[in-house]
Design a protein around this ligand. Structure first.
Ligand code: ZN
Length: 190
């Protein structure tokens, strides 16, 4: 979430440079909203199923919007039709980087190739509740059946608390980039 907000801010500023226009406040707000948008279903589930002991990790909420092959072209087209080139680029890059972010660390990847494959794909490193047991590999391809194993081995029902309310490396990276983006934004608009 924190990293997503930072991604939105940097993408908006970067696009302004690349395409040669001055992003206004709406462009920055839009960028942040677009970048967190794929997780809006998570908020819904989180509020609805609060306290549900079965929700072991973050991956289960990613079944509705986290399909890049469908979401990216469709959303980019819609933003192009209603907002033009700048907003289409904004939607594409913010959403794409959200999916990349989701593929490293928490949540154990997303279904990058859906509808051609229902496997979750992740990169480099997957979060584990037990320190120093995080699986590391360049590319993870996890089938639905294997996901059960990952949930048992590495799942953490208190992942939010254990990452964001403690000095977990993932949280440190996210907070650092987040704070830097806020400072960047202040300098940008002042
Ligand atoms: Zn997500």
């Amino acid at each position: 979430m924190f990293l997503d907000i930072a991604i939105g801010i940097y993408v908006a500023a970067f696009l302004g440079r690349m395409i040669g226009f001055g992003p206004d406040a709406w462009f920055f707000i839009g960028a942040i909203l677009i970048t967190v948008l794929p997780d809006s279903d998570f908020l819904y589930h989180f509020l609805k199923r609060k306290g549900d002991r079965d929700r072991i990790n973050d991956h289960s909420h990613r079944d509705y919007i986290h399909y890049p092959l469908i979401y990216l072209p469709l959303g980019t087209l819609i933003f192009y039709l209603f907002g033009g080139k700048e907003w289409a680029f904004l939607f594409f890059f913010c959403s794409f980087l959200h999916f990349v972010h989701d593929s490293i660390g928490i949540g154990w990847g997303i279904k990058w190739l859906y509808p051609f494959s229902t496997n979750n794909f992740g990169f480099f490193y997957l979060y584990s509740r037990k320190e120093n047991t995080s699986p590391k590999r360049i590319l993870f391809s996890i089938s639905k059946e294997q996901m059960g194993y990952y949930v048992r081995e590495y799942g953490d029902k208190d992942w939010f608390k254990n990452i964001y309310l403690k000095w977990h490396p993932i949280a440190i990276v996210e907070y650092t980039v987040f704070i830097s983006s806020i400072i960047f934004l202040l300098f940008y608009i002042l």
